[in-house]
Write a protein that binds this ligand. Sequence first.
Ligand code: CO
Length: 295
Amino acid sequence: MVKRNAMLLLQILLIVMLLTTTATASEHGRKHTMKKGILLVTFGTSHPQAQEAFKNIDKQVRDAYPNIPVRWAYTSTIIRKKLAQKGIHLDSPEVALAKMMDEGFTHIAAQSLHTISGEEFHDLVRNARAFADMAGGFDSVLVGSPLLGTDEDLRKVTEAIIKHIPKERKKQDAVVLMGHGSPHPSNAFYAAMMYRFQQKDPNIFVGTVEGFPEIDHIKAMLLKKKIKKAYLIPFMSVAGDHARNDMAGDEEDSWKSILTKAGIKCVPIFKGTADYDEIVAVWIDHLGSVLSRFD
Ligand code: CO
């Protein structure tokens, strides 16, 4: 009986050894030490002042994950070209991933620094999947959710923005946030954010440059409430081109011009959401969820 058991054990051991050998052989000598990398993906900006906000994110990510290399990618071709003319070279997410693949990274946490899960976010997810499927490439490429994902994110962002409203603003003054806006269904997040803000402070409004609600909707709401003064604040990661031109520019169709013409005094603020540590913490939290899936 003892002998039969020993034989059986030997047979099992042999099978296990055979299976292990096959598994190793199929790797074709590919080294398999885990090498994690972080890729931060943003639309990008060509404004040096706005880039300070990205430096803030970069520092906080490195502080949170000191042992994981951090790379950056800009999704905007126009901005990458503009910067290249000044000798600043930034990669697209695809080029950045190809380089990281070449460097032998096995696990990539690509963190979207977008505000909503719009077109650019979904493009990133799609291409990250394509990279994860490539032969001889990564074991895993996962994309972290943009700023506004869960209800908890919306609550945190609402509180952070309210906390950073200039102290001199009076209750009867409006705060008008400028979101980017998108034809994507996720554009609904902006109206959802306005609802959340107004639960806390009825004079906070959220409009968009390229989606709904438009500035005309916001203007009508302000006039109905007989608002006389409004703080204009970007609801984008950086106070770049849209903040400087569409929000606060001197052109006739800027938000500042439209509201001023309607008798509302405007005070533009040039800070993006990435300038606020509490908001950067939300993105880093999303990055953390992705990284924890590699453990
Ligand atoms: Co734009």
